[in-house]
Ligand binder design. Structure first.
Ligand code: LLP
Length: 420
């Protein structure tokens, strides 16, 4: 589905014109389609059918409260990676018993918060982490529910920065280490062993790496059963890709049905942690051309959004389609770099892109920006973070205000008692 379509020459999100939003909210802004979010979540649901499951939205992909609450209303759980994400998820109405906690560097304070909330499980990534979790649980008089993240050493065939399931990556435990860790956890009175977890990477557009990883996890589950350790949850992580530029990933439904097929003989609840595949194509970043420039060698559209607002092109050389909000009368013929106002050569949203002839003031929509867009934004160059808007049919709401210059300095202090 595409929730962003031209109507009467203007790009709409659902039934709302992006030009109207720009007029009322200013630019740049992120705009999300609630209908798209819901449809993608439901596609996962459909794949599971009657199978016992838990869909834990990966909060790191888009942590806006309105996004989380929209998914919570459909029954979503959350995959979190920090105390801050847990705080957001709970505030947005996600039940703690549907929350799984991933990440290699959980602090004691974060563990205590998660234990007090009563989350479903901690996906533990090292033996030292396990010991710390046991100590924190003991201190609180609680039993911590644990799963181990197993590193299945499967190549997800994606960008090296976002592949996580290889031996050389920092994530998880090798299957051998994990077996020892399970033995240790099973005899610890402060811990309850509840599951197993694996996550091999992100923006994966083929089925095979997922199914390979699942087979390896399934083998582990059998080995654990032989050791007398029975699990309630098998967490297959996130990672399903989306189409940025014509990629053709399996649909959530296809992907999940294939896993469910392989899990026929397994009694566990299957947990999945999708981020991008739920919200990536639900969002765009709308930006305005401030100036056009031809330096004799290259042409530029200088826009009011920069790498601090959408870091993916600079960080991963990621491709995001760019559409003019006012539908061009003829296809583009101009090759331009779309660059931001930041003082870095790496500050671009697109390079050598064929776009229509546009002038300053024109609005551009940077597509597929709903995942890892706003959440990775920063205040670099003291740029206030942009507004976020959510569309609900023919209505839109600002779901995060644009930051002000006052917001930028609100946590800072100039010490009065010292002189520089
Ligand atoms: N679970 C775990 C343990 C993860 O580390 C991740 C993503 C997910 C689930 C969700 O993966 P997804 O379904 O969104 O692929 N900033 C990068 C992506 C980093 C992904 C990190 N982990 C990007 O912009 O492409």
């Amino acid at each position: 589905m595409d929730s962003f379509q031209y109507r009467n020459g203007i790009l709409f999100c659902e039934d709302v014109s992006l030009a109207d939003i720009a007029q009322q909210v200013g630019t740049p802004f992120y705009c999300y389609s609630s209908t798209h979010l819901k449809a993608r979540f439901r596609a996962y649901e459909k794949g599971f059918g009657n199978r016992k499951h838990l869909i834990c939205f990966a909060v790191k992909a888009n942590s806006n409260l309105a996004v989380l609450s929209c998914l919570a209303s459909l029954g979503a759980g959350a995959d979190i990676v920090s105390g801050g994400e847990l705080y957001r998820a709970v505030k947005a109405g996600i039940s703690p018993e549907k929350i799984v906690y991933s990440g290699v560097g959980k602090t004691e304070e974060e563990m205590a918060f998660a234990l007090e909330q009563g989350i479903a499980m901690f996906n533990v990534e090292s033996l030292e982490e396990l010991k710390t979790l046991s100590k924190v649980a003991k201190g609180l008089g609680k039993k911590a529910p644990v799963a181990f993240r197993v590193n299945p050493d499967v190549d997800p065939k994606t960008h090296p920065y976002i592949s996580t399931g290889l031996k050389k990556n920092k994530f998880g435990l090798s299957p051998e280490q994990a077996l020892d860790a399970y033995k240790e956890a099973a005899t610890d009175p402060n811990l309850t062993v509840v599951g197993i977890d694996c996550h091999i990477g992100s923006q994966i557009v083929e089925m095979d790496p997922f199914l390979d990883a699942f087979e390896r996890v399934k083998n582990m589950v059998k080995k654990l059963e032989d050791m007398g350790i029975n699990l309630s949850f098998v967490d297959i992580g996130g990672g399903l890709g989306i189409s940025y530029k014509g990629e053709n990933p399996p649909s959530p439904e296809e992907y999940i049905s294939a896993v469910v097929d392989k899990a026929q003989d397994m009694p566990q609840t299957i947990v999945v942690e999708p981020g991008r595949s739920i919200c990536g194509n639900a969002g765009v970043l709308v930006t305005k051309i401030l100036y056009t420039k031809d330096n004799g060698e290259k042409e530029f559209y200088i826009v009011d959004a920069g790498m601090n607002d959408l870091g993916r092109p600079s960080l991963y050389d990621a491709y995001h389609e760019i559409r003019a909000v006012k539908e061009p009368s003829s296809p583009g013929t101009k090759q331009v770099d779309v660059v931001g106002p930041i003082c870095e050569t790496g500050d671009f949203l697109a390079r050598d892109r064929v776009l229509p002839e546009l002038t300053s003031g024109a609005l551009l929509a940077v597509m597929s920006a709903g995942a890892y867009g706003f959440t990775m934004s920063s205040n670099y160059n003291s740029r206030p973070r942009v507004a976020e808007v959510m569309v609900y049919g023919d209505k839109f709401h600002v779901v995060r205000n644009r930051e002000s210059w006052d917001d930028l300095i609100s946590l800072e202090h100039i010490p009065q008692e010292v002189s520089c």
